[in-house]
Design a protein around this ligand. Sequence first.
Ligand code: ZN
Ligand code: MN
Length: 149
Amino acid sequence: MQTETTEVLLRHALEESGQRFTEQRAAVYRTLVATDQHPTADEVFLAVRHDLPGISLATVYKSLETLVGCGLAVKLTYGDGSARYDGRTDPHHHARCLACGRVTDIEGSLPGPQLDMLRERADGFLVTGYRLELSGYCPSCAPRASVSA
Ligand code: ZN
Ligand code: MN
């Protein structure tokens, strides 16, 4: 995505949710849309520091939450309390490596009948969406995983 387009999109979304445009938020957003690695807040912090050496980890955290609140980013949370951030907000799924924690994008959607079947089993639950996460071992971790398993 071009830098200019990214900034226009950010300004608009922040305005819509009554938030101010700041250089910090812009730098955090640029970092997120430039990667498909689903970075943690710490990783975003390390990347953003190149552009804005004075930025604090707390500001990065707050900026990430603001972006999530504006619908510009998605927060992927895990059972151990860790989180990763995704600058991609169109429907897609993820595969997460149980060894190194790496998260990669998976394209595609469940066929309608499959989704209907799950919805029926949800027994009165109003389904508004779904998220699919494949778990296992990434190509670099898979050989070791199969040896130690
Ligand atoms: Zn891995
Ligand atoms: Mn993703």
